[in-house]
Design a protein around this ligand. Structure first.
Ligand code: GLC
Ligand code: MG
Length: 253
């Protein structure tokens, strides 16, 4: 019989979908504890990294920090999805992210706003800026809206402004990934620490805000399956995994 790629036939049953900086990465001891716990389980927990970094930057961090290579990599604030053994770009998501996207128009509008500096990125799948506080960011948001430019606006850490194609963002990308790769009743945990994680934390899946989160998350309204960890970074993820799926070991055979 012809062999088939794992993920097209066998869907994910356990999934950790986590931001990298300040969430999965940031507390080495906590990360070791989390990974040792996952190693001790009879069934593998699949990993999806959901990051604001571009692909090369994310791969650099994975190498430097010796992180496990993920099953799924979502980069550029949810505008790109990569999966499989070679982390190949997902053509369906790429198609969605390019069909109604005009990065030149975004750049043009931003040029007229002071206090906004363009981030240096390898391509234009998103257009990101550094803003001197909230005010220039707000002006850009209003200008894009009044000019009728289809986009998604994300503001994080009081500084980072990401202008994404409409329907982009970590939340929508993760929803797409879960729909495509996970079983309907999969055990999922979503983890984050800053503004660009908000939409994925609010999808309604079991989610954790780590204790070191930025104010924009600490202040966010919760939902029934949102856990606020007492530990920072990966230690907080472990705390939340135990809270939601601590009986994982018992239900596997
Ligand atoms: C990461 C990215 C940056 C982005 C920020 C917020 O720091 O490197 O480009 O603006 O996340 O999403
Ligand atoms: Mg982060």
């Amino acid at each position: 019989m012809k062999s088939t790629r794992c993920c097209t036939v066998q869907k994910i049953r356990y999934l950790l979908a986590t931001d990298l900086d300040g969430t999965f990465v940031g507390d080495e001891e906590g990360l070791r504890e989390l990974l040792d716990y996952y190693d001790s389980l009879p069934e593998r927990v699949a990993l999806a990294y959901v990051t604001g970094r571009h692909r090369a930057s994310a791969m650099g961090l994975i190498r430097e920090e010796r992180l496990p290579v993920p099953d799924i990599l979502i980069t550029d604030v949810g505008t790109s999805v990569y999966s499989g053994p070679d982390l190949a770009e997902d053509p369906g998501w790429k198609q969605r992210m390019t069909e109604n996207w005009d990065p030149q128009a975004v750049r043009g509008i931003a040029r007229g706003i002071s206090g906004i500096r363009l981030q240096n990125l390898p391509d234009t799948r998103r257009v990101s800026f550094f803003s001197e506080g909230g005010e220039p960011a707000e002006k850009l948001k209003n200008a894009l809206t009044s000019d009728g430019i289809p986009h998604t606006f994300i503001f994080s850490s009081g500084r980072d402004v990401d202008i994404l194609p409409e329907g982009g963002g970590k939340g929508e990308a993760l929803r797409y990934v879960i729909g495509k790769f996970a079983e309907v009743d999969a055990s999922i945990l979503v983890a984050g620490d800053s503004g660009n994680d908000l939409d994925m934390l609010m999808l309604g899946y079991p989610s954790v805000i780590v204790s070191n989160a930025r104010p924009e998350l600490l202040e966010a309204e919760g939902h029934d399956a949102l856990f606020r960890a007492t530990r920072p970074c990966a230690g907080g993820i472990l705390e939340a995994w135990m809270h939601f799926h601590g009986n994982t070991a018992d239900i596997k055979g």
